[in-house]
Design a protein around this ligand. Structure first.
Ligand code: GTP
Ligand code: MG
Length: 253
């Protein structure tokens, strides 16, 4: 195992290079020169090699998860286009995606007391690849969940309906973790992708609450948490009312 100092540097190097290194030759250059970094220079040959191997595995992992995001995003883009072509309305308002940074991956592994290795990351962290789909109405969410569930090459590993069962904070969204096939040159690999599906109203609350939580270093007081929960519940009522209006106008009730 490496010491903490090396991992810190490791995270920074990974975060920096996972964005930029696209060719094996560049990667080889970095690996060859890793031994010259101040944090690595005093370690023995075995540790340097282990570091280089883990670095390469992390790069491959990042590539796999990034590709899995692309597979799901492309599918959602195709669906959105289909809705525009065939129907009068597209239930998808917005799609965002993110790959968890190497520093967050390392931080989460350490928090869970797990070894900081690519193997532990792929085995234990299911939110390295993340996609957020924002819909207009609550019924749109279930419609999208249904479409994603019907794809026979997507396996649902986990699903949580935080709309029917909101979190104590008041958070609402539908969470799916799907195992997504990625065809690389040698064979088919799978990577889990966390998909959060929510309405614009749910996204409004979650974004502000997230910002408020992370703006203050101290934990939110019970009074503030209660107030935020009340906001979430009021927003949820409005969401239901907007859904009702939509159904009424479209004679769908
Ligand atoms: P994590 O270790 O945080 O991924 O938790 P988990 O594996 O138990 O997953 P969970 O179903 O709690 O949802 C994880 C993700 O949902 C978080 O990373 C957030 O993006 C979102 N989320 C969950 N709870 C809240 C909340 O109370 N407020 C906000 N703003 N987002 C939340
Ligand atoms: Mg998470």
């Amino acid at each position: 195992m490496f010491n903490i100092d090396i991992f810190h540097i490791y995270g920074i190097i990974l975060s920096y290079y996972s964005e930029r290194v696209k060719f094996m030759s560049e990667m080889e250059f970095i690996i060859d020169n890793i031994g010259n970094l101040p944090a690595v220079i005093n370690t023995d040959e075995k540790q340097k090699n282990e570091f280089a191997i883990n670095f390469m595995k992390f790069m491959q992992l990042t590539h796999l998860y990034d590709s899995a995001i692309k597979v799901v995003r492309t599918y959602l883009d195709i669906l959105a286009e289909e809705f525009n072509v065939k129907f009068s309305r597209n239930p998808i308002h917005n799609i965002e995606s993110r790959l968890k940074s190497a520093e967050s991956i390392i931080g989460k592994l350490q928090k869970k007391n797990l070894p900081v290795t690519p193997e532990a990351a792929s085995k234990n962290l299911l939110d390295i690849a993340g996609i957020r789909v924002t819909c207009y109405y609550i019924s749109d969410i279930y419609y999208i969940v249904n479409i994603l569930s019907r794809r026979d090459d997507f396996t649902i590993i986990k699903q949580k309906d935080y709309i029917r069962n909101p979190k104590p904070s008041g958070y609402r969204s539908y969470h799916l973790i799907i195992n997504v096939p990625v065809y690389l040159s040698s064979k088919k690999y799978y990577a889990p992708v966390e998909i959060q599906i929510r309405t614009i109203a749910m996204d409004f609350w979650a974004s502000l609450e997230h910002q408020l939580k992370y703006k203050t270093t101290a934990k939110l007081s019970p009074e503030i948490s209660q107030e935020l929960k009340e906001c979430a519940d009021r927003i949820a009522e409005t969401d239901v009312q907007m859904q009702k209006i939509f159904l009424e106008i479209n004679d769908l009730e």
